[in-house]
Design a protein around this ligand. Structure first.
Ligand SMILES: C[S@@+](CC[C@H](N)C(=O)[O-])C[C@H]1O[C@@H](n2cnc3c(N)ncnc32)[C@H](O)[C@@H]1O
Length: 207
């Protein structure tokens, strides 16, 4: 039974959006939290889990990261790959696009200097997914997770993420052993009034 955010639903959503607004989507800027919070890191290997249209993947690759970009929507991956191709080989050759389900896809242990996962709804346990993705972070590496809360705490009204289970700060803290990680986590109010709050988690694995 679909919860509205399973693979087929995302594939239909992406196919329609990209058919109608493909050029606009290809021009989307990378996530502002990612740019502000990890922009100063030295490039290495990165994983973008739930890469969607690829704006963050392409920004990382342009900054010199070797990126593994995972999503379960072939339409989103095809579009992102085509955008990378138009940018050119300097960026396109630094990305491996992987069709995979983050409900079970598991990174190679300690492979990545940066693992990011932005706005991914998980059907099962967000804590389990964060724990699995965190297993891919190398010693000294960074885990960067953002989730949009489904209810605006200021108004009690549903946000555009209503009905989804995105990662919360409590989920991330439950997934990460505080003895092994330096964790910075905060809720940030979105700039557009009424759109609610994001949980932003940046955790660095101690050496
Ligand atoms: C809201 S979009 C966010 C895309 C991108 N991270 C961003 O911040 O713009 C969520 C993305 O996660 C993907 N996704 C959701 N659940 C997934 C799963 N179980 N496995 C792989 N990808 C998934 C969707 O296809 C979609 O591209």
């Amino acid at each position: 039974m679909s919860d509205g955010f399973d693979r087929d639903s995302w594939e239909r959503r992406w196919s329609q959006v990209l058919r109608e607004h493909g050029d606009k989507v290809a021009g989307r800027p990378p996530n502002a939290y990612l740019v502000a919070d990890v922009g100063g890191l030295a490039p290495g290997r990165a994983l973008d889990a739930g890469c969607g249209h690829g704006a963050e993947t392409l920004w990382l690759a342009a900054a010199g990261w070797e990126v593994t970009a995972v999503d379960f929507s072939p339409a989103a991956l095809d579009h992102a790959r085509a955008t990378a191709g138009r940018i050119g080989p300097d960026v396109a050759d630094r990305v491996e696009w992987v069709e995979g389900d983050l409900g079970r896809w598991t990174p190679q242990p300690h492979r990545y200097d940066l693992v990011c996962c932005l706005y991914v709804h998980v059907a099962d346990s967000p804590t389990e997914m964060v724990s699995r993705l965190a297993s891919g972070v190398a010693p000294g590496g960074t885990l960067f997770v953002v989730g949009h809360l489904p209810v605006d705490p200021a108004t009690g009204e549903p946000t555009p993420a209503a009905g989804q289970r995105q990662v919360t700060i409590a989920d991330a803290r439950a997934a990460l052993d505080a003895a092994a990680w330096n964790i910075h986590a905060e809720e940030r109010v979105r700039p557009e009034a009424g759109t609610g709050v994001d949980a932003v988690v940046r955790a660095v694995r101690r050496r």
